[in-house]
Design a binder for this molecule. Structure first.
Ligand code: SD4
Length: 328
């Protein structure tokens, strides 16, 4: 009798696990064994530590993931020492700082700006596009005009430091972004709030000394960022052209939907990029791309083509920097 009761109990637990599996798409085992790790915020590169602090203030007081990611990445946009984001970003080859950003919430609301000049906080303009327009992307002068109409201030974003480095670059004018150096510190941030909702933000000044008008992966939903509130979220950093080619962040989220862990999903997406580089006869060592991902259970992971990428995670265990796993 007792063993029959035990059998019924075990069967009931497995059916909960099974229904979770069919609903969420992740292996039921991992959901059965752990309590969701939330709230949580994860962001790219070491400058993510300061951004996570700002995001955590919102998350730890029960705030919304969307508000957390916006205020988190604004820290980097305002920091002139972060030369891949916002104010102080490295310019394009013509000496103009142009910014790309996008944001996505738990209800698939999206907003983005690309090729935006002279506005310090592109992520907030992206959010305004999401909330105040019938569109999802505004670019260039249209994005700038929209920002001004909505109360954002004009600001020269080219700092003396970035200007001097550009003058140096002009001497050779050789466009060859150095992995982990001139394509470093774009911020992609993903958050899971205490209600279990996911959001993400991604913001950058793009690859240094790019062609004027070039847009990378960072403002492209599905490439630089993707959020599916049933499954998880992902973001990318590095050579944007390669991320766009495989619809990187969307790929990572779809792999999680098929049951892979965040780490395995990031690794598989990186391998697809490497495969496509190989097919085109490119030297992999010249390229860096990294993905970060988090699932609904607060499990996270990251993977990069090459050594040197790190990411910051703030959870109930504190704000920590981790070295990413990598392929070469
Ligand atoms: C781009 N993915 O514009 C961005 C650059 C980047 O760290 O991530 N830098 O291609």
């Amino acid at each position: 009798m007792q063993s029959r009761r035990k059998f019924i109990k075990t069967a009931a637990i497995s059916s909960v696990a099974l229904s979770l599996e069919s609903f969420i798409g992740e292996p039921a085992k991992s959901y059965a064994k752990s309590i969701p790790n939330k709230p949580l915020v994860i962001s790219t590169w070491k400058n993510g530590i300061a951004a996570n602090d700002a995001a955590w203030k919102i998350l730890s007081s029960g705030g919304r993931a969307l508000d957390a990611v916006e205020s988190g990445v604004r820290i980097n946009e305002a920091n002139p020492e972060d030369q891949s984001v916002g104010y102080g970003g490295r310019p394009d080859r013509d000496g103009v700082v142009t910014l790309d950003a996008c944001i996505m919430d738990e209800n698939s609301n999206i907003g983005a700006v690309a090729f935006l000049e002279n506005i310090k906080h592109p992520i907030s303009v992206a959010r305004a596009v999401m909330e105040k327009t019938p569109h999802v992307i505004l670019v260039g002068k249209g994005a700038f005009d929209f920002a001004i109409e909505n109360g954002f201030e004009y600001q020269n974003l080219l700092t003396e430091k970035s200007k001097e480095q550009w003058y140096e670059w002009l001497k050779k004018s050789d466009y060859k972004p150095k992995a982990n150096i001139e394509n470093h510190d774009t911020i992609g941030m993903l958050a899971l709030d205490s209600s279990g909702n996911l959001s993400g933000a991604c913001t950058t000044s793009g690859l240094a000394y790019k062609m004027h008008g070039r847009v990378g992966d960072s403002p492209i939903i599905g490439a630089g960022l993707f959020v599916d509130n049933e499954i998880g979220a992902a973001s990318a950093t590095g050579h944007g052209e390669e991320v766009i080619r495989i619809a990187g962040s969307h790929t990572v989220v779809e792999l999680m939907r098929q049951g892979r862990s965040p780490l395995e999903s990031c690794e598989e997406a990186v391998k697809r990029i490497v495969k496509s580089l190989n097919k085109r006869g490119k030297n992999i060592a010249d390229y860096q791309v990294a993905f970060i991902a988090v699932n609904k259970n607060g499990e996270y992971g990251a993977f990069a083509i090459q050594k040197g990428f790190n990411y910051a995670i703030y959870s109930n265990h504190g704000n920590n920097l981790s070295d990413s796993k990598y392929l070469i």
